[in-house]
Design a protein around this ligand. Structure first.
Ligand code: ATP
Ligand code: MG
Length: 437
């Protein structure tokens, strides 16, 4: 009597049809048994217990989904970030260190909360460094597979010819160098979650195989005909536009739809700039703990830089910067401790000094009116320089365009030590007759 050898739910979404089928098999086994001996009875009892456990698990999952979707009658968007975060905490949501109250981030976490207890595939998208891998861990940690393996595969980091074998395993002799049978990441992630990072890099042949996993929960090792059942929850991530790849013919549309049953989009840091101060102190404390030191202090001009920097590398870049500053900054970190390629130039530094109300790189705060005057001087200088550049160094023209008195303009240029002729060479206006100085 061979029943219930496979998990009842088949690793897919909540499936009562699958359960009923298993119960029917069990019933017919009993109905047709002419005589049962002791081992047979024991086996049937074991199978009934397994069935009961699966029913319990499914009903738990279903309750979890229902609770997640109906616990809050208020529209999530109407509640503040803090309230939404607290509500998640009250529902024992595992954040895995995800920090922030930005509405888009919370929306992503709320979707993750609902998706986690199901086995539906999730596609996480967002720019580099926005926390896609972190989100995959959040989904794993909040589901029923939390104590099972979590396997992460970066499809972009494995050479194309090895990727299939890495994911699906291979049979001895399947290709040069395949000295032994080897199981792939899908088999390692059996019962758990597999995170397929940079899914857009998966070659087309691998995409076909992945489609099969999603449809039938089956894989074949490279070079083998044997079909292996895998029960693996798939979370994929991309920082590419998969629709564009589909249009270019390098990504299968059917796979995209299968993978993105649930899509979670993470906001770039520039859309959550109001959280930068909090993130700075969050990572400052984290770095201090990791480096076993007290949290680093920052000069006002460094803080100003960090609050205004565009962060193309998103949270990862901010986090790395804070770790770097915590390590190199001694007691007080300054702009000089920033990496060369993003450290502001001398004039920009002067502007930060002015805005931060600083006394030449020291830490002495001047009065508010001094700070304002310095900032206004800096704005005046930048305006004159930009204007002269635009008119190719012709003071008369600048005066005309700005509707200013020419001698007043010349006085201002003098005050800032700006020479109009420096702007002339660059613009090929050598024949200009107007002389500023
Ligand atoms: N909301 C957040 N709160 C705290 N830390 C975060 C958050 N988002 C990202 N991080 C941290 O930033 C770093 C980058 O995150 P992660 O590796 O998940 O980004 P990613 O989107 O996968 O980047 P990439 O596309 O470059 O692979 C990690 O150290 C992660 O812990
Ligand atoms: Mg990543």
């Amino acid at each position: 009597m061979k029943i219930l050898d496979q998990p009842i739910a088949g690793g897919s979404a909540i499936s009562y049809a699958g359960l009923l089928e298993k119960i029917e098999i069990l019933r017919s086994a009993l109905r047709w048994a002419s005589r049962l001996d002791r081992p047979e009875i024991e086996k049937l009892l074991r199978q009934s217990s397994a069935l009961r456990d699966e029913v319990m698990q499914l009903s738990h999952k279903e309750r979890f989904v229902r609770a997640a979707s109906s616990a809050e009658p208020v529209e999530p968007m109407e509640r503040s970030g803090g309230e939404r975060r607290r509500a998640l905490l009250d529902r024992s949501f595992v954040f895995e260190g995800t920090f922030g109250d930005n509405p888009k981030l919370l929306e992503a976490l709320e979707i993750a909360e609902k998706a986690a207890p199901t086995d539906l595939p999730v596609l996480v998208d967002g720019e580099s460094g926005t926390g896609k891998e972190l989100m995959a861990k959040v989904i794993h940690a909040n589901g029923s597979r939390a104590d099972k393996p979590y396997i992460s595969v970066n499809c972009g980091a494995i050479p194309e010819n090895l990727l299939e074998s890495e994911l699906f395993g291979h049979r001895k002799g399947a290709f040069t160098g395949a000295a032994n049978d080897r199981k792939g990441k899908f088999e390692s992630a059996h019962k758990g979650t597999i995170f397929l990072d940079e899914i857009g890099e998966l070659p087309l042949a691998g995409q076909v195989k992945l489609l099969r996993v999603l449809q039938a929960h089956e894989i074949q090792r490279v070079g083998s005909d044997e079909i292996i059942h895998v029960d693996t929850r798939i979370v994929a991530a991309t920082n590419k536009n998969l629709r564009k790849l589909i249009a270019e013919g390098s990504f299968r549309e059917d796979l995209f739809y299968r993978l993105s049953v649930i899509q979670v989009t993470l906001p770039p840091l520039r859309e959550r700039r109001d959280e930068i101060p909090l993130l700075i102190s969050f990572f400052g404390d984290e770095a201090a703990e990791a480096l076993k030191r007290t949290p680093v202090k920052m000069t006002p001009r460094l803080r100003d830089f960090l609050l205004n920097y565009p962060y193309p590398g998103n949270i990862r870049e901010l986090r790395n910067l804070i770790y770097r500053l915590s390590c190199l900054g001694g007691d007080v970190a300054d702009i000089v401790h920033l990496p060369d390629d993003i450290r502001p130039s001398a004039p920009a530094r002067a502007a930060y000094d002015a805005i931060a109300g600083l006394d030449n790189g020291g830490f002495k705060l001047t009065s508010l009116s001094d700070a304002k005057r310095a900032a206004s001087d800096e704005a005046e200088r930048a305006f004159l320089e930009r204007g002269l550049k635009e008119v190719g160094g012709t003071v008369a023209e600048l005066a005309r365009r700005c509707d200013m008195n020419r001698s007043h303009l010349q006085m201002l240029l003098k005050k800032h030590g700006i020479r109009s002729k420096d702007f002339r060479q660059h613009h090929g206006n050598a024949d200009d007759k107007s002389k500023a100085h």
